[in-house]
Design a protein around this ligand. Structure first.
Ligand code: FES
Ligand SMILES: [Fe+2]
Length: 446
């Protein structure tokens, strides 16, 4: 480049910075039909199931992901996961855990006993000679435990072991490996839960809306308006824009390497996006003094990464784990590399006193209610066609297309599981007892 090279300005178009071809219409919508069909989520992916501390030695816990009931048991430190639906008459094994040895789990109702590793029916307590034994069983799910989190590969019953991808294919991209591809001049390389000495601190809770609505909120660049009055924003005097507008068609890069996660990276705080700090007509101005640079990316099966958030050297991960088509488990996890005990203690101290109350609650509570506020519009399926999107919505549109292209399977509606039918008398009884539908199985008390 010589001195006389003219500086090219990005040209804004009528749609506010990106070309018409990127705006939503029927043709674009047809490119993400699989996403519209994925009300119960994408299966054959890795999902977080529990924090390690939620499953002590010999503990049994029942959860539900993508409409599939799953029971987890830890034996000699190792976690096993099986389908939590007895093949005999369908009760959940986790409702009343019964384990006679370290290799199996027994159904508390009529004694069908399943091998923990393979799910094979190995005996029936009072029917040792039955010809069913050894010929059938329940699905087992691969488990991996990293950084204090238990991940389960939630698969279709016929998904072969040999095809199970590494966990890293369903986690955010890593740095510094991909720093050249996705440069980050304004902050240090984001840590990963796969890094040595990484510490993950967070929480999970049930959100009462479809997982896609929740996921799209995580990287929606116009929604930061809901955070304008948050305590952490005001206390830290952050310059949090009213919104961020795309200024060019390359504002988002797909993440589609064959041997890695699939998703998209948003080039926030570069010249491909313009922060909006003022609305003249409404006389609103962002008054903060301290820059708060961050960047969001999302990969299948719906994992958000917010780099440089809520402060330097920390990254926020979020998962929106489908439970049913109208509930999801919302995971918020902060990750930091802590090379020694002192660093771990300091992170934990700051987590307990600042990040948990003001960020994961406080700031992200706003996201949760905004997502739930969208639920009715999308719940009957018509919202996907009736929404009127604008240029900033290039983010969800791009994500929907990428998710449609790369998911490993659309979860069928849950069968024979809690909340698969909306009018179960059991559900009404629980509601009348003040219990909301949730993620964990309700244990039976003797
Ligand atoms: S329902 Fe499980 S053994 Fe009968
Ligand atoms: Fe938000």
């Amino acid at each position: 480049m010589n001195d006389s090279t003219p500086i090219r300005r990005r040209v804004r178009t009528a749609t506010g910075g990106i070309s018409d071809s990127r705006v939503n219409d029927a043709k674009t919508q047809s490119q993400y039909q699989p996403y519209k069909d994925a009300a119960w989520g994408f299966i054959n992916h890795w999902y977080p199931a529990l924090f390690s501390e939620e499953l002590g030695e010999d503990a049994v816990e029942g959860i539900q992901i993508c409409g599939i009931p799953i029971v987890l048991r830890r034996v000699n430190g190792k976690v096993f996961a099986l389908k939590d639906q007895c093949i005999h008459r369908g009760v959940r094994l986790s409702a009343k855990p019964m384990c006679f040895d370290k290799k199996s789990i027994t159904c508390w109702y009529h004694g069908f006993t399943f091998d923990l590793e393979t799910g094979t029916l190995v005996t029936i307590v009072a029917n040792e000679e039955d010809k069913l034994i050894g010929t059938t069983g329940i699905t087992s799910y691969p488990v991996q435990e990293v950084c204090g989190m238990i991940f389960v590969f939630v698969r279709a019953d016929d998904f072969p072991d040999a095809d199970v991808p590494p966990l890293s294919h369903d986690l955010p991209v890593r740095f510094p490996e991909r720093s050249e591809e996705f440069p980050h001049p304004l902050w240090p390389a984001a840590p990963s839960i796969l890094d040595e000495n990484a510490v993950a601190l967070g929480m999970h809770r049930t959100g009462f809306t479809n997982w896609r609505i929740a996921c799209e909120n995580g990287f929606d660049n116009a929604h930061i308006l809901v955070h304008k009055d948050n305590t952490i924003v005001q206390a830290m005097n952050w310059v949090l824009p009213l919104g961020i507008l795309p200024t060019s068609d390359d504002c988002i890069s797909p993440i589609e390497d064959e041997d890695g996660p699939k998703g998209m990276m948003q080039w926030l705080f570069t010249d491909r996006w313009a922060p909006v700090l003022e609305n003249k007509m409404l006389d609103i101005k962002v008054e903060g003094l301290n820059g708060r640079f961050y960047r969001t990316s999302v990969v299948l099966p719906g994992v958000l990464m917010v780099e440089n958030w809520p402060e330097e050297h920390i990254v926020q991960y979020e998962w929106y784990v489908p439970i049913t088509e109208d509930t999801h488990e919302y995971w918020e996890v902060l990750v930091k590399v802590c090379p020694d005990e002192k660093a771990q203690k300091d992170f934990k101290y700051r987590f307990d006193r600042v990040f948990l109350p003001l960020c994961l609650h406080g700031f992200n509570d706003c996201d949760l209610y905004a997502r739930e506020a969208m639920h009715d519009f999308y719940a009957d399926g018509t919202g996907w066609d009736n929404e009127q999107l604008v240029s900033t919505d290039v983010s969800p549109i791009t994500w929907r297309k990428i998710a449609s292209r790369w998911n490993r399977g659309i979860a069928p509606p849950g069968r024979g599981v809690e909340n698969a039918t909306k009018h179960s008398p059991i559900k009404y009884r629980r509601l009348s007892e003040g219990k909301a539908p949730g993620y964990f199985v309700e244990k039976i008390n003797d």
